[in-house]
Design a protein around this ligand. Structure first.
Ligand code: PRT
Ligand code: ZN
Length: 284
């Protein structure tokens, strides 16, 4: 049995998808000129597709799992399971208007024309807010629509905001926050499900490792209690005596979110020679 995974052929999600598989120890040959490829060391076949087609392939079971942006997934409204958030491809689907416009809330959009490649999500947002507006579906260069008089506003993906800025637009309303997710066909054979589980186990270990750092520091023994109190570790910190009398070496794991705060507190508590090392995999 081989697990068939659909990933984007080329575009913003391609490299991160391949890298994620690689970090999971799965080697896949680059797919720029091919439709599919077989992993050397994992029971997996990779299909390279347009991102828009991935939800359909997974719903039909032609691919068992896939990696796609939530924006595409929710726009296509296919019946698949979302298995895991993957933390890359982050962006937001937002409404933008011309810089000179005085946007005073969603009411501004009443009776206006909106250009978008996401008619389903845009319509849903308008309905939820009781707004009647006309939607023009266009497939690309949505940000040009207001300047050529095609629409009053747009609903498009934004990440840094520089595309909007360069086109004289301002982001005024977020419709959806999105990132890449792993999706799965609703029913799978037990054997395939087991392969999904083992892939998921690796993905979680890789992602957890990325969110944590290994910290080594020297501590005077009289400050050990205070320093250990600051460090959770996986169970509890490792403490080893240093060759120099009265000092210990402390090893622990710190979460990215609280990292700087903790480092500062450790320093204030008397820690010295603090080393921070990336973790490759983390299995807890
Ligand atoms: O050929 P295929 O259909 O597979 O690719 P595509 O051209 O439809 O998609 P692609 O590769 O552009 O994007 C794939 C996915 O990446 C999207 O569906 C999102 O989930 C995610 N993603 C993350 C983005 C962005 N960030 C993003 N910034 N997709 C598109 N953009 C575009 C946006 O449309 C706008 O044109 O980038 C521009 C805005 O970027 P900033 O940084 O200037 O704000
Ligand atoms: Zn696409």
């Amino acid at each position: 049995m081989v697990l068939k995974i659909a990933i984007q052929k080329s575009g913003r999600l391609h490299d991160d998808s391949i890298q994620l598989l690689k970090d999971c120890g799965i080697d896949v040959k680059n797919g720029y000129n091919q439709l599919k490829s077989v992993a050397d060391n994992f029971p997996m076949e990779v299909y390279f597709l347009r991102d828009d087609d991935i939800p359909q392939y997974v719903e039909d079971g032609v691919a068992h799992i896939g990696i796609v942006g939530e924006n595409v997934l929710f726009e296509k409204k296919k019946s698949v399971d979302v298995v895991e958030q993957l933390g890359f491809g982050k962006c937001r689907l937002s409404i933008a208007v011309q810089k000179a416009d005085h946007y005073n809330g969603v009411e501004f959009l009443q009776g206006k024309k909106l250009a978008t490649s996401y008619p389903v999500l845009t319509q849903k947002f308008l309905n939820e807010n009781g707004i009647n507006a006309e939607i023009h579906e266009i497939s690309g260069s949505v940000e040009l629509a207001p300047s050529i008089g095609l629409a009053d506003a747009i609903c498009d993906l934004v990440s840094s905001g520089s595309t909007l800025f360069m086109n004289g637009l301002q982001e005024v309303q977020m419709v959806l926050k999105s990132e890449a997710v792993l999706i799965k066909a609703i029913t799978l054979d037990t054997e395939l499900q087991e392969i999904v589980n083992s892939l998921l186990f690796r993905i979680r270990a890789v992602r957890k490792a990325k969110n944590n750092k290994y910290v080594l520091l020297n501590a005077p023994n009289h400050s050990l209690d205070k320093i250990i109190g600051l460090l959770p570790g996986m169970k509890s910190p490792t403490v080893l005596p240093l060759a120099e009398e009265g000092w210990s070496s402390v090893h622990s794991v710190l979460n990215e979110d609280e990292f700087w705060e903790k480092i500062e507190a450790l320093k204030n508590a008397g820690a010295q020679g603090i080393l921070v090392v990336p973790i490759e995999k983390m299995i807890v």
